[in-house]
Each structure stands twice: as structure tokens, then as C-alpha cells.
Design a protein around this ligand. Structure first.
Ligand SMILES: Cc1cc2nc3c(=O)[nH]c(=O)nc-3n(C[C@H](O)[C@H](O)[C@H](O)COP(=O)(O)OP(=O)(O)OC[C@H]3O[C@@H](n4cnc5c(N)ncnc54)[C@H](O)[C@@H]3O)c2cc1C
Length: 411
């Protein structure tokens, strides 16, 4: 395993600073039976989030609302919009044959008013993207499958209740970084960090892989799993598979900034309770806020709370390069609005994640198929990671397993 940066884990990483435990990317995972066993295999203990994580909020029209259907309907949607939303099972939703955007899909099901709100909330919370550009089939396959099977999402959700396997929401003891740290340790010398792969060449039914860095070298291998973002995969395939390289070039990604803010509990009107807040319009001034210490243990010293304010995304891409004082001021203002912060923070840490969240824009599934096909004539090679089959940590891990199975089967 060759990793370009100085440590394994990519977007995942946890650091302990001044008594706060801060994540540099993902905070918690929804595990459907992949991550907890993977962690257990290397001694990382999965810790479910506290029950308070079920309390979620939406910020719209300048106010924080509980993300419960009743609260949202009564405060954010007009009576006519509510009627249209409730009529979803009755309104014959015409399913288009073309790839449909998340926004069009939500409007088709829930009406213009509730649909636009729902699309923005789903999109901000996961992709920090633009809901009118995302392909619902690629970005939210479960919703697309409900639509295909039941026409109505309400009916489909009811019919599927209790049918999906159990899912656990949580992290690992010591933060998500524990998972990547212990996986890296288990690999021992099979993992080379600081090794940026520069070239892959098909040779003798296998591959030759060359990398630069302190321990620059070249190895021969039977198969390759390219577990890198789409633009890195495109660059590596330029000479060996020009058609695949071209298909993978220029895929969109959102940049985000995480501003971790530590405060004394007496700096808040009320201590935070819940998972956090998603901005459903521009009135929060942030993509969202995670109440990190409220649902994850050991995140802040006693008497303090830790928040993580998410800024940037497709709507404000310039923020990823904004000066730190500006980012902290924006985060403070968002916390004043949604969490009742009335005094200065005692701790801040800014983490910039450039081109970090892949955007499954319209046509994604077709492009992926074309890239996979263009790789078929080569020695065993497969794509894995968040650019391709789902952006969550669990999806990325599952895609790694699938890619390994695929190359093993044809090797
Ligand atoms: C701010 C943020 C919050 C998120 N929150 C959540 C969350 O709460 N829950 C959740 O499930 N998901 C979340 N995600 C998504 C999830 O974290 C990522 O999609 C996932 O971790 C990506 O894993 P990956 O291995 O596909 O890619 P990456 O983590 O990007 O890893 C790719 C690796 O490839 C290496 N690499 C690239 N080019 C080369 C090369 N030429 N040679 C060698 N190595 C190379 C890179 O250095 C990197 O280490 C979040 C993402 C972000 C950015």
C-alpha cells in the first residue's frame, strides 16, 4: 500500500489539542456491518454515539427549528405547501427517463416549497454541494430505489420499515483517527507512507508501479486497486488507459473548512444538546454546525463544549482560502445565531479541506460505467474510494472490499 502523504487515513484523522479531541474531516459514521468489524479486526472499538444525536435541527429564516416534520411544517412551509407535501402518495409523480437532479426529484415528490427545502438540507448535510447539479440516482441511491419500487417515497418508507439491516451511528474510541491509525499499524511494512505513485505501466500480465519520495522505488505487482480521488486516478491512467483517464478528468469536488470552536459552558445561553444544525437557507451563514461534544464522548474538557462549524461548499467555495480571523469570526456569528454563544471562545482550530467531497453530478453513473469498461482490457485494476460508489466512510470502505474482490477474481 503506497500513500502519498506522511500518514495513512486521508480525510480521516483525529488530533488531541489543549484538552479537545478534534476531527479533521468525518466525525461519525453510520455503520451497516462493515466498519465496526473492520475496526475490531485491528483492535479499534466502535462506540455508539449518545442518544442525544437523534436531536437534529434545521436553521432557516433566521431561526433554529427541531428537524421534526411537524415543527418544520408549521414554521417553514405555507399551508398550501403543506397540503402539496401531504399529497405525495396521491400525486402521480411522472418519473423522467433522464438522470434527474436531487432538486427536481424532491420538487416532483414534495412540491416546489417543501421539495426545495428538503433538497437543500439533504445536499448541504452530506455533499456541501449544489442540489440542482447532483444526480439523485448516484448521490442518493436509496431514495431513487424507493421511487422506482413504490412511486411514493412515503409509501416506500413505510413498506420498508424494519426491512433494512441494522445500522449503528458512532465512532471509534479515541475518534475516527483510531481506525486509520490501527489499520496502518496492522499493515506494518506493507504500508509505505510519503510514497506518491507517479506512474503505473502494464507489463507481463501485471503492473509496474513507480513512486517518488524519500524511499522512491518501483515494484512489480499482479493487480492494482486505485483507492485515490478521481483526479489522481485520471492522472495515473493517462498513458495506460487514455479513455478511462479522460472520463475521470474534471469531476467536481466541494471544498470545506472546519472551524472547531471550544467554549466554556457559561458562554452559552444553553448547553448544546443534539447532533447539530443544518443550514436550509443562507440565514445561518454556515453549511451547518456539529455539536461535537454533545453526542461524542471525551471531546472537550469538563465545563466546556466543542462545536464544529462547517463553512464553504459549492455555494461559497472562496471561503476555503479566506484568512483565519475571518473564518473564526464567521463561525462565532453562526454559533451566536444557532447555539446562543454570548462570549468569546477559549479554543479555535481551523482545518481546510480542499476538493474534499466528491460531487456525484448528473451523468455520474454513466461516466463510472464508461471508466470501468475502459479498464477491462488491462491487467487487473479497479477503482475504489469516495469518488465512485458513495461518499461516506462506510461506502468508501465497502468499495475497497469490492475492488479487492474484483481484482482477486480476475488475477
Ligand atoms: C469535512 C468532511 C466531513 C465528512 N464527514 C463525514 C461523516 O461525518 N461521515 C462519513 O461517513 N463521511 C464523512 N465524510 C466523507 C468521508 O470522510 C470521505 O469521503 C472518505 O473518508 C474518503 O475516503 P477515501 O479513502 O475515498 O479518500 P481519501 O481520504 O481522500 O484518501 C485518498 C488517499 O489517497 C492518497 N493519494 C492520492 N493520490 C495519490 C498518489 N498518486 N499516490 C499515493 N497516494 C495518493 C491521498 O494522500 C489520500 O490519503 C466527510 C468528508 C469531509 C471532507
Amino acid at each position: 500500500m503506497l500513500e502519498a502523504s506522511a500518514r495513512a487515513g486521508g480525510k480521516i484523522g483525529t488530533e488531541s489539542v489543549a484538552g479537545y479531541l478534534v476531527e479533521q474531516g468525518p466525525h461519525a459514521v453510520l455503520d451497516r456491518g462493515v466498519l465496526a468489524p473492520l475496526g475490531a479486526s485491528v483492535g479499534a472499538t466502535f462506540v455508539p454515539a449518545s442518544a442525544t444525536a437523534r436531536r437534529r435541527f434545521v436553521f432557516a429564516k433566521g431561526r433554529r427549528q427541531a428537524a421534526s416534520p411537524l415543527a418544520l411544517l408549521s414554521s417553514l412551509i405555507s399551508p398550501a405547501g403543506t397540503l402539496r407535501l401531504l399529497a405525495e402518495p396521491l400525486v402521480a409523480a411522472h418519473r423522467p427517463t433522464h438522470d434527474e437532479s436531487l432538486r427536481d426529484f424532491c420538487v416532483r415528490h414534495f412540491g416546489a416549497e417543501a421539495g426545495a427545502l428538503a433538497a437543500r438540507v439533504f445536499c448541504s448535510g452530506v455533499y456541501a454541494g449544489d442540489e440542482s447539479l447532483l444526480s439523485v440516482r448516484a448521490a442518493f441511491p436509496r431514495m431513487a430505489a424507493l421511487d422506482a419500487a413504490h412511486r411514493s417515497l412515503f409509501v416506500g418508507a413505510l413498506a420498508n420499515r424494519g426491512r433494512e439491516g441494522p445500522a449503528a451511528f458512532g465512532t471509534f474510541e479515541g475518534g475516527l483517527g483510531t481506525l486509520s491509525r490501527l489499520l496502518a499499524a496492522a499493515l506494518g511494512e506493507q504500508l509505505v507512507v510519503g510514497a506518491k505513485v507517479d506512474a503505473i505501466v502494464a507489463r507481463d500480465h501485471g503492473w509496474s508501479v513507480a513512486w517518488s519520495g524519500r524511499r522512491a522505488n518501483e515494484v512489480k505487482t499482479d493487480a492494482i486497486v486505485l483507492a485515490v480521488p478521481s483526479d489522481a486516478a485520471s492522472a495515473l491512467l493517462a498513458n495506460v488507459a487514455p479513455a478511462a483517464s479522460e472520463t475521470l478528468a474534471g469531476w467536481e469536488s466541494s471544498s470545506v473548512v472546519l472551524v472547531h470552536v471550544g467554549v466554556r459552558l457559561d458562554a452559552l445561553v444553553q448547553p448544546p444538546r443534539g447532533f447539530g444544525v443544518i443550514g436550509a437557507d443562507d440565514s445561518l451563514g454556515a453549511l451547518g454546525v456539529i455539536f461535537s461534544s454533545s453526542f461524542l464522548a471525551g471531546r472537550a474538557p469538563t465545563g466546556h463544549a466543542l462545536f464544529t462549524v462547517m463553512l464553504g461548499g459549492a455555494r461559497a467555495p472562496e471561503l476555503v482560502e479566506a484568512p483565519e480571523p475571518e473564518l473564526i469570526a464567521t463561525a462565532r456569528e453562526a454559533l451566536r445565531r444557532c447555539a446562543g454563544l454570548v462570549r468569546a471562545p477559549v479554543f479555535t482550530r481551523v482545518i481546510r479541506q480542499r476538493r474534499a467531497i466528491p460531487q456525484y453530478t448528473l451523468g455520474h453513473a454513466g461516466r463510472l460505467l464508461a471508466a470501468d469498461r475502459a479498464l477491462e482490457s488491462l491487467p487487473p485494476i479497479a477503482l475504489a474510494g469516495a469518488s465512485f460508489h458513495g461518499v461516506s466512510v462506510g461506502d468508501a470502505a465497502r468499495s475497497g472490499e469490492m475492488a479487492a474482490e474484483k481484482v482477486a477474481a480476475i488475477s
